[in-house]
Design a protein around this ligand. Structure first.
Ligand code: FAD
Length: 489
């Protein structure tokens, strides 16, 4: 009888299309599913409060699914290597399998663990469960990593179709002749906050593999066909909201890819093809973010474009607090920041506007924004968060051109033309007519008073004047040394 295998679950909290789990099953012996909580090993980017809430519920859901297969999740807390070694001794396991994560500290830790376990004679192996392609598979003509999205994605599309997803197992063999290994109760990890502030999260989300599948199926059935247009409308549920499910690996990108291809193949209308291409392109941005993080690990904390290292960011604690609380006086920014606080998520268009406002209008370092998002987003993801914050600040891979400074008023009028998004998240402006709702600070006194808005009392005056802030940001950005740019193919 072959000795059992440990399957070390991490950000791959699913049974379907899970290569590490699949490899363990194929060995034909017992399988011990394990989760190790070791936030200290993630350094300053250990999971934030909203992520911990999600993780708790996702682990509970995984355990339930495993129990339905006659198994269960072993939960432990401690340094990962020590826990793996303990569990190996307890179960007699001779193999440890996991799916790769690409955060810099985790890459270093996992390499050390793999080396050590192999020295001990263990079959220790890592698989790709999170991405369409491995980061070292997609190279430019010079054999290096891409730094620009469009050629990267073109290359991915021409590369090869990702493998078909593997179905979830129908049962899982346990460890024969041995006691099931002890597990800490999930509650012992203390992932849930001691003060109950998560009602909005509970209402908005269903963490776990079943929730991920339901969200994707509903999106494909209802919203995908109109995605090319509705994805830009924060006042509607036009996007898939799969980001936290993808971050925690509750659904595989391979499944997303193949379902999309089947869906588009069954439809002849050009709009359907475009919608599926647009959606896949977003999955491509996620892929790009992970590849960039793998090749440029310093970008979690340092700008990709070195000349930004000397950028004169400002320290403005009061303005930062106003931004965090959704009290900047710019309704679209405030609505987004309040949506984030209430639900752990913000629409992508509004994330771009809110991020631009912090770094360009307020001149505050992008890391301050990245850290706030890290703590409050249920989809907080080191690759996507770092790439997008650097994009917004203009200092990252394929960044927004420095002169692109979102005007929060015009963005609101374009993407929330009726003001419904503002009315939902900034209720003190609910009675404002649509002509003024994105710019209450310019509204005539009688309009404000009819809408029962008292600027500076019931709703704040703008913390900065956008036109002045824009000019100041442009002047500072102009003073940066020139970037030569890089050619890619
Ligand atoms: P959909 O439009 O349905 O897109 C499908 C999937 O594609 C998403 O679930 C996501 O996995 C991926 N995706 C879409 N846009 C992007 C993008 N710009 N970059 C990378 N992947 C993308 N996304 C995160 O998952 N985690 C983060 O921590 C994160 N931080 C961000 C910070 C800033 C400043 C900005 C501007 C964007 C950030 N994003 C982040 C990207 C994007 O806003 C979210 O992925 C998206 O809003 C999630 O909603 P959705 O699932 O409905 O997206």
């Amino acid at each position: 009888m072959t000795a059992p295998a440990l399957v070390w679950f991490r950000q791959d909290l699913r049974l379907e299309d899970n290569p590490a789990l699949q490899a363990a099953i194929e060995r034909g012996a017992g399988v011990v599913p394990l989760f190790v909580w070791s936030p200290e090993e993630e350094g300053s980017w250990s999971p934030g409060a909203a992520s911990r809430w999600w993780l708790h519920h996702s682990l509970a859901s995984l355990d339930e699914s495993l129990r339905a297969l006659g198994s269960r999740l072993v939960v432990r807390h401690g340094p990962a290597l020590a826990v793996l070694q303990d569990l190996r001794r307890e179960t007699g396991a001779e193999a440890v399998f996991w799916n790769r994560r690409l955060e810099p500290l985790i890459v270093q830790r996992d390499r050390a663990i793999e080396r050590r376990l192999r020295e001990e004679g263990i079959d220790a192996r890592a698989f790709n469960g999170a991405l369409l392609f491995e980061p070292w598979e997609i190279c430019n003509r010079a054999g290096g990593p891409f730094k620009v999205f469009t050629p990267f994605w073109r290359h991915c599309l021409a590369h090869r179709a990702p493998e078909h997803p593997v179905a979830a197992p129908a049962s899982l063999p346990g460890v024969e002749g041995a006691e099931a290994p002890a597990s800490a109760p999930l509650a012992a990890l203390e992932l849930l906050p001691s003060i109950h502030w998560t009602a909005g999260l509970e209402k908005a989300w269903k963490p776990g593999e079943a929730g991920a599948r339901a969200a994707y199926d509903r999106f494909v059935e209802k919203d995908l066909v109109g995605y090319s247009i509705t994805r830009e409308q924060p006042d509607r549920p036009g996007t898939s909201r799969l980001s936290p499910h993808l971050h925690f690996g509750e659904i595989s990108p391979r499944r997303i890819w193949h379902v999309l291809h089947d869906w588009a193949g069954r439809r002849s209308a050009g709009g359907a093809l475009r919608a599926s291409e647009d959606y896949l392109r977003e999955i491509g941005w996620r892929e790009f973010a992970h590849h960039v993080l793998f090749h440029f690990p310093h970008t979690t904390d340092k700008p990709m474009r070195a000349e930004f290292a000397s950028f004169p960011w400002e320290r403005r604690p009061r303005a930062l607090r106003a931004w965090q609380r959704g009290e900047t006086g710019y309704p679209l920014v405030d609505a987004g920041m309040r949506e984030l606080w209430a639900t752990g998520w913000m629409h992508n268009r509004v994330r771009m506007v809110a991020a631009s406002f912090l770094v360009k209008d307020l001149g505050i370092h992008w890391l301050e924004g990245a850290r706030w998002f890290w703590d409050t987003l249920v989809d907080a993801d080191l690759a996507s968060n770092s790439l997008n914050w650097q994009w917004s600040a203009g200092c990252g891979a394929d960044a927004a051109p420095y002169f692109r400074i979102f005007n929060p008023v015009l963005q609101g009028e374009k993407f929330d033309p009726e003001g419904d998004y503002i009315r939902r998240w900034v209720p003190e402006l609910a009675a404002m007519p649509k002509r003024w709702i994105q710019r209450p600070f310019e509204a005539p006194e009688e309009v404000l008073s009819r809408a029962r808005v008292r600027l500076g009392k019931s709703y704040p005056r703008p913390v900065v004047d956008h036109a002045e802030a824009r000019a100041r940001a442009l002047a500072a950005l102009h003073r940066l040394p020139d970037d030569e740019g890089e050619e890619e193919g």
